[in-house]
Design a protein around this ligand. Structure first.
Ligand SMILES: [Zn+2]
Length: 80
């Protein structure tokens, strides 16, 4: 008994997830563990940083922007 298989190579593309790719903005203090929490509006963590600096005197912050990617196969087999 022999087993034969056929492999097909496909190119993939990567793009922002159309269903859940809205960026989330967040800031974290580099002096203590406080964070702004994620927000769809980038002004929210910016204001949080200024308020946190005013309350605590902490002046360093790490900003992160998170979004989701979606990988999808391109149609058709890879050309020879
Ligand atoms: Zn702090």
């Amino acid at each position: 008994m022999s087993v034969r298989s056929r492999m097909q190579f496909v190119h993939w593309s990567l793009s922002i997830d159309p269903d859940d790719g809205t960026p989330a903005y967040e800031a974290a203090c580099t002096t203590c563990d406080a964070t702004s929490g994620p927000s769809a509006d980038k002004r929210t963590p910016e204001l949080w940083c200024l308020r946190h600096a005013g309350r605590t005197g902490h002046t360093g912050f790490r900003a992160t922007i998170t979004t989701l990617f979606r990988a999808a196969p391109l149609e058709g087999p890879r050309p020879p």
